[in-house]
Design a protein around this ligand. Sequence first.
Ligand SMILES: Cc1cc2nc3c(=O)[nH]c(=O)nc-3n(C[C@H](O)[C@H](O)[C@H](O)COP(=O)(O)O)c2cc1C
Length: 184
Amino acid sequence: MTIIALAASSRDQSLNVALLDVILTALDGAAGQVERVDYRLFEDTPQYSARREAAEGPPQGMKDLADKISAADGLIFVTPEYNHAIPGSFKNGIDWLSRISVTLMAVKPTLIGGASASPYGAWRGMKSLRPSIELLGALTMPYMISMSGVGSKADIEARFQDPMARVRIDAALNAFRGQMAAKQ
Ligand SMILES: Cc1cc2nc3c(=O)[nH]c(=O)nc-3n(C[C@H](O)[C@H](O)[C@H](O)COP(=O)(O)O)c2cc1C
């Protein structure tokens, strides 16, 4: 079983990279072999345009990523919230991927997370991700791993130890584990 895991930030000290680290530690390989995607791929991908697509086709990096996603059993996407949505570079990558295959993520268990220093915990960013990847067939878990009011990886690790927070975290992790197991 293979999982493609992506945090939509390349920032040093990224909260979302830290959250992905903590999620993967919590899963402890239970759901499969993980391949992490370097987010600079998305940041370095040219802006989608129909004109560019007609002239050049999708960028090679997106074609390679599409092959990896297609071969994967499950997906984990951890995203910051930018202006109540996902970062433009993330949406741009999804737009390119959708031009390669509209069924790219078909029925692949997909866990969504997000972290922010704000009280909303990237919730609106995560919600705005759902329609785009569900259109590509992603089987998104109903629970998402939202980290609000965090400023460091240590804060995220502490939240994972908080019994109140852990109820929703475990609901998300267990849903993902269960859907991955069902694919075996
Ligand atoms: C362009 C931009 C827009 C942002 N909009 C929001 C927002 O709507 N809500 C929010 O909670 N944080 C917002 N932030 C703050 C990010 O959540 C914060 O920078 C976060 O740490 C980015 O994720 P990272 O640490 O993984 O790089 C925004 C940041 C940027 C750069």
